[in-house]
Write a protein that binds this ligand. Structure first.
Ligand code: DX5
Ligand code: ZN
Length: 226
Protein backbone atom coordinates (compact mmCIF):
# COMPACT_ATOMS: atom_id res chain seq x y z
CA UNK A 1 0.00 0.00 0.00
CA UNK A 2 1.78 3.17 -1.14
CA UNK A 3 0.59 6.42 0.44
CA UNK A 4 -1.18 9.20 -1.43
CA UNK A 5 -3.91 11.58 -0.32
CA UNK A 6 -6.14 11.16 -3.40
CA UNK A 7 -9.83 10.66 -2.54
CA UNK A 8 -10.69 7.01 -1.86
CA UNK A 9 -14.21 5.62 -1.62
CA UNK A 10 -14.47 2.72 0.82
CA UNK A 11 -17.94 1.11 0.70
CA UNK A 12 -18.92 -0.52 3.99
CA UNK A 13 -20.25 -4.05 3.56
CA UNK A 14 -22.39 -3.56 6.66
CA UNK A 15 -24.97 -2.30 4.14
CA UNK A 16 -24.44 -5.26 1.79
CA UNK A 17 -26.51 -8.46 1.49
CA UNK A 18 -25.37 -10.55 4.48
CA UNK A 19 -26.18 -13.70 2.53
CA UNK A 20 -23.92 -12.74 -0.37
CA UNK A 21 -20.72 -11.04 0.76
CA UNK A 22 -18.38 -12.53 -1.85
CA UNK A 23 -20.51 -11.42 -4.76
CA UNK A 24 -21.17 -8.03 -3.17
CA UNK A 25 -17.44 -7.38 -2.65
CA UNK A 26 -16.67 -8.34 -6.26
CA UNK A 27 -19.50 -6.07 -7.44
CA UNK A 28 -18.43 -2.93 -5.58
CA UNK A 29 -14.80 -3.38 -6.64
CA UNK A 30 -15.85 -3.90 -10.27
CA UNK A 31 -17.93 -0.71 -9.93
CA UNK A 32 -15.09 1.48 -8.68
CA UNK A 33 -14.58 0.96 -4.94
CA UNK A 34 -11.02 1.90 -3.90
CA UNK A 35 -11.12 0.04 -0.55
CA UNK A 36 -13.55 -2.40 1.09
CA UNK A 37 -14.58 -1.32 4.60
CA UNK A 38 -15.34 -4.25 6.92
CA UNK A 39 -17.25 -3.38 10.10
CA UNK A 40 -16.52 -5.84 12.92
CA UNK A 41 -18.91 -5.42 15.87
CA UNK A 42 -18.93 -7.45 19.11
CA UNK A 43 -22.27 -6.51 20.70
CA UNK A 44 -20.28 -5.13 23.68
CA UNK A 45 -18.33 -2.06 22.53
CA UNK A 46 -21.28 -1.27 20.24
CA UNK A 47 -24.92 -2.45 20.50
CA UNK A 48 -24.70 -4.61 17.38
CA UNK A 49 -22.99 -7.87 16.35
CA UNK A 50 -21.70 -8.57 12.84
CA UNK A 51 -18.89 -11.05 12.11
CA UNK A 52 -15.45 -12.17 13.34
CA UNK A 53 -12.06 -13.32 12.01
CA UNK A 54 -13.41 -16.42 10.25
CA UNK A 55 -15.81 -14.34 8.17
CA UNK A 56 -13.12 -11.75 7.41
CA UNK A 57 -10.82 -14.59 6.26
CA UNK A 58 -13.62 -15.79 3.94
CA UNK A 59 -13.94 -12.26 2.48
CA UNK A 60 -10.20 -12.01 1.78
CA UNK A 61 -9.99 -13.92 -1.56
CA UNK A 62 -12.73 -11.68 -2.99
CA UNK A 63 -10.99 -8.41 -2.07
CA UNK A 64 -8.56 -7.25 -4.77
CA UNK A 65 -8.12 -3.69 -3.44
CA UNK A 66 -7.60 -2.98 0.28
CA UNK A 67 -9.41 -4.76 3.13
CA UNK A 68 -9.98 -1.95 5.65
CA UNK A 69 -11.10 -3.67 8.88
CA UNK A 70 -12.82 -1.45 11.47
CA UNK A 71 -12.85 -3.10 14.89
CA UNK A 72 -15.75 -1.91 17.02
CA UNK A 73 -14.77 -4.36 19.73
CA UNK A 74 -13.27 -4.29 23.23
CA UNK A 75 -10.80 -5.64 24.15
CA UNK A 76 -8.84 -5.56 20.88
CA UNK A 77 -5.44 -7.09 21.72
CA UNK A 78 -6.52 -10.76 22.04
CA UNK A 79 -7.80 -10.68 18.43
CA UNK A 80 -5.04 -8.82 16.55
CA UNK A 81 -3.23 -11.95 15.35
CA UNK A 82 -6.51 -13.50 14.18
CA UNK A 83 -7.25 -10.47 11.96
CA UNK A 84 -3.68 -10.49 10.66
CA UNK A 85 -4.09 -14.16 9.76
CA UNK A 86 -7.47 -13.35 8.19
CA UNK A 87 -5.67 -10.97 5.83
CA UNK A 88 -6.68 -7.48 7.00
CA UNK A 89 -4.61 -4.80 5.22
CA UNK A 90 -5.64 -2.01 7.60
CA UNK A 91 -6.78 -2.78 11.16
CA UNK A 92 -8.42 0.09 13.02
CA UNK A 93 -9.01 0.08 16.78
CA UNK A 94 -11.09 2.59 18.74
CA UNK A 95 -9.14 4.85 21.11
CA UNK A 96 -12.07 4.30 23.54
CA UNK A 97 -11.74 0.50 23.47
CA UNK A 98 -9.31 0.25 26.35
CA UNK A 99 -6.60 1.88 28.47
CA UNK A 100 -3.60 0.85 26.33
CA UNK A 101 -4.23 2.11 22.77
CA UNK A 102 -0.49 2.84 22.32
CA UNK A 103 0.37 -0.81 22.94
CA UNK A 104 -2.51 -1.97 20.73
CA UNK A 105 -1.26 0.07 17.77
CA UNK A 106 2.28 -1.24 18.31
CA UNK A 107 0.87 -4.78 18.23
CA UNK A 108 -1.14 -4.14 15.04
CA UNK A 109 1.98 -2.94 13.21
CA UNK A 110 4.07 -5.74 14.70
CA UNK A 111 1.55 -8.17 13.20
CA UNK A 112 2.30 -6.69 9.76
CA UNK A 113 -0.83 -4.60 9.18
CA UNK A 114 -1.35 -0.88 8.66
CA UNK A 115 -2.62 0.59 11.94
CA UNK A 116 -5.67 2.81 12.27
CA UNK A 117 -7.14 4.57 15.28
CA UNK A 118 -10.83 5.56 15.41
CA UNK A 119 -12.48 8.39 17.37
CA UNK A 120 -16.14 8.36 18.37
CA UNK A 121 -18.04 11.64 17.96
CA UNK A 122 -17.56 12.55 21.65
CA UNK A 123 -13.79 12.03 21.62
CA UNK A 124 -11.58 15.08 20.89
CA UNK A 125 -8.85 15.08 18.24
CA UNK A 126 -6.27 15.59 21.00
CA UNK A 127 -6.89 12.00 22.12
CA UNK A 128 -4.59 10.85 19.28
CA UNK A 129 -1.97 13.62 19.63
CA UNK A 130 0.65 11.12 20.91
CA UNK A 131 -0.22 8.40 18.38
CA UNK A 132 0.32 10.14 15.03
CA UNK A 133 3.76 8.61 14.45
CA UNK A 134 2.44 5.08 14.99
CA UNK A 135 -0.68 5.10 12.79
CA UNK A 136 -1.33 5.02 9.06
CA UNK A 137 -4.95 6.20 9.41
CA UNK A 138 -7.18 8.18 11.75
CA UNK A 139 -10.88 7.27 11.42
CA UNK A 140 -13.28 10.06 12.44
CA UNK A 141 -16.70 8.62 13.27
CA UNK A 142 -19.49 10.88 12.05
CA UNK A 143 -22.16 8.65 13.60
CA UNK A 144 -22.26 6.81 16.91
CA UNK A 145 -20.97 3.38 15.83
CA UNK A 146 -23.16 0.31 15.50
CA UNK A 147 -25.41 0.80 12.51
CA UNK A 148 -25.53 1.97 8.90
CA UNK A 149 -27.98 4.52 7.57
CA UNK A 150 -27.67 6.97 10.46
CA UNK A 151 -27.71 10.78 10.25
CA UNK A 152 -24.32 12.49 9.74
CA UNK A 153 -22.92 14.23 12.83
CA UNK A 154 -20.87 17.26 11.75
CA UNK A 155 -17.23 16.70 12.80
CA UNK A 156 -15.59 19.08 10.30
CA UNK A 157 -13.86 21.08 13.07
CA UNK A 158 -12.31 17.86 14.39
CA UNK A 159 -11.21 16.90 10.86
CA UNK A 160 -9.58 20.31 10.33
CA UNK A 161 -7.83 20.02 13.71
CA UNK A 162 -6.56 16.52 12.88
CA UNK A 163 -5.37 17.62 9.44
CA UNK A 164 -3.28 20.33 11.10
CA UNK A 165 -1.92 17.91 13.73
CA UNK A 166 -0.96 15.31 11.08
CA UNK A 167 0.99 17.79 8.95
CA UNK A 168 2.96 15.99 6.24
CA UNK A 169 2.93 12.59 7.94
CA UNK A 170 1.68 9.80 5.64
CA UNK A 171 -1.54 9.40 7.65
CA UNK A 172 -5.00 9.08 6.04
CA UNK A 173 -8.04 10.79 7.55
CA UNK A 174 -11.00 8.46 7.09
CA UNK A 175 -14.60 9.57 7.61
CA UNK A 176 -17.07 6.93 8.70
CA UNK A 177 -20.81 7.38 8.96
CA UNK A 178 -23.48 9.23 7.01
CA UNK A 179 -21.18 9.99 4.06
CA UNK A 180 -23.15 10.86 0.91
CA UNK A 181 -23.11 13.42 -1.92
CA UNK A 182 -24.06 16.19 0.53
CA UNK A 183 -21.63 15.46 3.35
CA UNK A 184 -18.65 14.25 1.30
CA UNK A 185 -17.59 17.73 0.12
CA UNK A 186 -17.74 19.09 3.68
CA UNK A 187 -15.31 16.55 5.08
CA UNK A 188 -12.96 16.61 2.09
CA UNK A 189 -12.74 20.41 2.32
CA UNK A 190 -11.78 19.94 5.98
CA UNK A 191 -8.94 17.54 5.06
CA UNK A 192 -10.33 14.01 4.80
CA UNK A 193 -9.18 11.65 2.02
CA UNK A 194 -10.84 8.24 2.68
CA UNK A 195 -14.64 8.21 2.62
CA UNK A 196 -16.49 5.22 4.04
CA UNK A 197 -20.02 4.93 2.68
CA UNK A 198 -22.47 2.10 3.31
CA UNK A 199 -26.07 3.06 2.63
CA UNK A 200 -25.11 5.78 0.11
CA UNK A 201 -23.32 3.16 -2.03
CA UNK A 202 -25.59 0.11 -1.64
CA UNK A 203 -28.90 2.03 -1.75
CA UNK A 204 -31.03 0.96 -4.74
CA UNK A 205 -28.53 -1.61 -6.05
CA UNK A 206 -27.93 -5.36 -5.78
CA UNK A 207 -25.55 -7.97 -7.17
CA UNK A 208 -28.06 -8.21 -10.01
CA UNK A 209 -28.01 -4.41 -10.51
CA UNK A 210 -24.40 -3.50 -9.68
CA UNK A 211 -24.46 -0.53 -12.05
CA UNK A 212 -26.37 1.30 -9.30
CA UNK A 213 -23.37 0.80 -7.00
CA UNK A 214 -21.15 2.31 -9.70
CA UNK A 215 -23.42 5.33 -10.16
CA UNK A 216 -23.55 5.88 -6.38
CA UNK A 217 -19.75 5.62 -6.05
CA UNK A 218 -19.18 8.01 -8.96
CA UNK A 219 -21.69 10.50 -7.50
CA UNK A 220 -19.93 10.55 -4.13
CA UNK A 221 -16.51 10.88 -5.79
CA UNK A 222 -17.72 13.72 -7.99
CA UNK A 223 -19.28 15.54 -5.05
CA UNK A 224 -16.09 15.07 -3.00
CA UNK A 225 -13.94 16.46 -5.80
CA UNK A 226 -16.24 19.40 -6.62
C1 DX5 B 1 -21.00 2.27 11.74
C2 DX5 B 1 -19.94 1.74 10.78
C3 DX5 B 1 -19.97 2.49 9.47
C4 DX5 B 1 -21.30 2.32 8.73
C5 DX5 B 1 -21.42 3.36 7.64
O1 DX5 B 1 -20.74 1.77 13.03
O2 DX5 B 1 -18.64 1.86 11.33
O3 DX5 B 1 -18.89 2.03 8.65
O4 DX5 B 1 -21.35 1.02 8.15
O5 DX5 B 1 -22.72 3.23 7.08
P1 DX5 B 1 -23.42 4.53 6.47
O6 DX5 B 1 -22.50 5.02 5.37
O7 DX5 B 1 -24.74 4.02 5.96
O8 DX5 B 1 -23.55 5.52 7.59
ZN1 ZN C 1 -16.94 1.49 9.97
Amino acid sequence: MSFDRSIKIAPSILSADFANFGAEIRAIEAEGADWVHVDVMDGHFVPNLTFGPMAVKAFRPHVKTVMDVHLMIAPVDPYIDAYAEAGADVLTAHVEAGPHIHRTLQAIRAAGMKAGVALNPGTPAEAVAHLLDMVDLVCVMTVNPGFGGQKFIDMTDKVRRLRAMIGDRPVHIEIDGGVDVTTAPLVVAAGADVLVAGSAVFRGGSVDAPEVYGANIRAIRAAASA
